[in-house]
Design a binder for this molecule. Sequence first.
Ligand code: FES
Ligand SMILES: [Fe+2]
Length: 426
Amino acid sequence: MTVTDDPTTQLPTPHGPFVEDDREAHSFRVHRSTMTSPEIHAMELERVFAHSWLYVGHESEIRKKGDYVRRPVGGRQVFMVRGRSGQVNVFHNTCTHRGAMVCRAERGNAKIFSCFYHAWSFNTDGELVGIPDRQAYGDDLDFGKLGLRPAAKVDSYRGFVFLSYDPDIVPLVDYLAGATEYLDLVVDAVEDAEIISGTNEYAINANWKLLAENSIDGYHAVSTHDTYFKYLVALGTDLAGGVQGTAKALGNGHAVLEYTAPWGRPVAKWEPLFGEGAREEIGRLRAELVAKHGEERASRMTDVNRNLLIYPNLVINDIMAVTVRTFMPVSADRMEITAWELAPSQEQPQLRQRRLDSFLTFLGPGGFATPDDIEALESCQQGFHSGGVEWNDISRGMARTPEANDEEQMRAFWRRWNEQMIGEAR
Ligand code: FES
Ligand SMILES: [Fe+2]
């Protein structure tokens, strides 16, 4: 047992148990060291992030050959670039000469990535195509082997690009398991989906798993986001129906909340927040979806909200906007978050504006939800360090068919996390 002055950094044993899952007693507990221990944070980087499929970006961010975006994925610098034959490449952002990052800008378009250190140059397929003073190396060195290194695995599903650092990981579609049904619902409802240019980037002084939990937590909505509900009522929204729905585990740690709720959705559900001017257009969009997918599926797309967690760190909130959010631990006590908005590429400017307003009103960094959630997560993190209590309780709904306000979706996340951390190497 590790013994330090801080009781929350003590592990129950060096290898857990981190999770106590007692289905007979309807009890599910997670040890708080999972949220605070630097040793567990280091283990996670290796056992979770190096052996999962991780979200890199959306194909629409790099529509033209040579378009690229640079970002950290799983704590490592990579960049995604549209190659010469139109394919999506993802490279480790490190020069094969002596290490400098060859992609220096956040985004742009380039035919060549020239390393600023000694000016080795690589094309968009990663091939080394330029070396100053080439003759200094003689004729025997194989420059064909000195191209940029692609991520071990890269694949995409419905426009969402993922990588894995594990060459032996299962195919992406198998990994996504039951989550594909929900990704399909999101994408089918958004004609030619594209990520709107621009990001929300912020950091929270809390463990990253608190945001995984929070993103699919129906239980907190009414208490934490009371101000937002009051705001909706003031605008004329009828909240009498409340929030009705289910929570589901989707396999491999993925989970979803699906529920009807009284707020408007830019995916064709009008509410007063969108303004009278949008009523007709939203009605037209809805009719189009019904014609294409039938009343039942169209209703699921338009009327039903989804908070989808793709294990370990991708969240798609298909609610009063369609937000794509990923987050990464910096340490046990801090994470960095990036969020984007997904929209139909040919959306009318007025509707696009209302979508963005709706996105920022609730989920933006200064919106009604995010600051409250950040406050809650940072409060939990500080609470853990207070000590005295060793375990979090995540048992809600174990004794019944789980509902949207239960905690089955979090248990799905934690069961997979526990398997990766102590049950198997990948
Ligand atoms: S480190 Fe890139 S050219 Fe030397
Ligand atoms: Fe929230």
